[in-house]
Design a protein around this ligand. Sequence first.
Ligand SMILES: Cc1cc2nc3c(=O)[nH]c(=O)nc-3n(C[C@H](O)[C@H](O)[C@H](O)COP(=O)(O)O)c2cc1C
Length: 443
Amino acid sequence: MHLAAFLNAGPMGTSGWRHPDADPGFLTANYYRHVAKLLEAACFDLAFIPDALSVPRSLGNSFAPAVQWGSGTPRLDPLVILGVMAGVTEHLGLAATLSTGYHEPFHLARALATFDHVTGGRAGWNIVTSFQDAEAQNFGQPTLPPREARYARAEEVVSAAAQLWDSWDDETLQQNKQTGEFGLASKVRSVDFRGDFVTTQGPLNVPRMPQGYPLLIQAGASPSGRDFAARWADVIFCSHESLASATAFYQEMKQRVTDHGRDPQQVRILPAATVVVGDSDTDAQQKHRAFAERVHPLAGLSRLAYHVNVDLTRYDLDGPLPELGEVGVQGHYDEVREFAQREKLSIRDIGRWYGARTEGNMIGSVSSVVDTMEQWLEQGAADGFMIQATHLPGAFEEFARYVVPELQRRGLHKSHYQGTTAREHFGLERPSRDAWQQRALRR
Ligand SMILES: Cc1cc2nc3c(=O)[nH]c(=O)nc-3n(C[C@H](O)[C@H](O)[C@H](O)COP(=O)(O)O)c2cc1C
């Protein structure tokens, strides 16, 4: 079973920062150092930082709600924060969310190859296509491009990055002080990638990285997102409201991976799990209730509006959620629809719930939480979990102190690292040069 930790480079969630045990120091290096050390001591495979390139402005076309409630802002640069975390760890995999919409492949390939070298093979990339108009407007575009155009660009950006990573062979550097030969020029080639969205000549100015390619993570949920993930992702991150929808997604994705000629064992699927643990189930539920009561409905709505990229103030907040058409994050919208229809919630109720959402229903005593995890693994819904913290560092501290020992006792989680790279932690092979060229969409 694989464990990844989802942590913002900023405050946690819409009300995580209000938790009595939340550390307000998310602008300091020590905050991230502390979390990194505790995740490594608990043998997590990966620390994962989500990201967005704006102060959200979806609710009422204003950034005021995001600032007022702390929903989706501030967000520090993930690679810088992961660099701080790398400095105090030796094994923990470190994944940054970086958008294909607003970066050039050369920038992305270079930053990730550099990061993989200096961390000894621990770099991961959560490939996102971005989902807000506010992000597009920070990069010279009037609105978010349609989903199909975003994925078409993502395809080019990742294909070009893969070619840049392949532009150096392993063992190109010689540094032969006797002969004066620094590197073997015959082992480096240019790329000459020409697409509709991006063009790059190459070669990259960073040698082939320890992992060959960074660990690729993807969380697209629309049909195009699922197809993209099935071709490119090593780890698929998803979010589900029920075991049934997680199982259906897991089976569909493993099938899609197989249909693309890839080994489904070489792709890991990690549903999000917000774990709230207590002395008993009742105690944990009380803890979660106390947390949920701190969520102002407008703070939750601001978060939802940001995720779906729709101004929900256009609708009657005491009425049901209408069909929203094309949304920002399809996966989050699907979950909300599923839950709101089942529970017959108004938009205002959805906001209250969404701000304190606990994916996977993992609220309970240690044994209840671990039973649920085991059930998800056994029923083919997960290869592990992306653990989401309600607040930091307390939620991860409790998970490490109470849940991890029980997982280890049941033989579900390791008690020491066997490998050193992120790919090794996930049981994934180191791909040979050019191996990923097969993943690119054949046109
Ligand atoms: C669980 C989950 C987490 C995500 N995290 C991010 C993120 O940190 N930043 C981001 O820009 N997009 C994030 N996304 C969005 C997707 O990766 C994707 O780019 C977006 O949903 C559009 O594709 P889709 O419609 O296929 O889902 C996330 C999606 C899901 C389901």
